[in-house]
Design a protein around this ligand. Sequence first.
Ligand SMILES: [Zn+2]
Length: 156
Amino acid sequence: MFRNIGGKIKGLAKVIFIISVIVWAISALVAAIGAGVATAESCGSYRHSSGAAGFFAGLGIFILVAGVGFLVSWIGSFFMYGLGQLIEDTEINRRTNQQILAKLSAAPAAPACKAEPAAPVVPAEPAKPKTWICRSCGTENEENSLFCFNCGTRKA
Ligand SMILES: [Zn+2]
């Protein structure tokens, strides 16, 4: 119910903006008809083109009221939409920080400021006695032996 509050606020801001524009448009239409009729009536007594005058008066009022209404609705929606965006971004930051922290704690604690040794220190293998392989039977013999201890073949 309270998840993704930022997205909900943004959606609500859009809905309010659309409703506001519609309400302003209806108001503009009503005002335009009123102005048009009034103009037509006042001009009617001494002009033949009273219908056209009424139409253009109405159109002017409509553009004015609808334009102002659109601007008011649009600018008014900035704050709510901006709040939603802010909450959304904060939520994303929070999640990203959690992921970074999780990764940092999972990784082996590496000293951040200490330079890594140029080459990893390989533990030296215990000194292994050198051997030779008998060419006849393949037995591994000690280095200092002259003959294979298995078959007696002389070291090559
Ligand atoms: Zn041998």
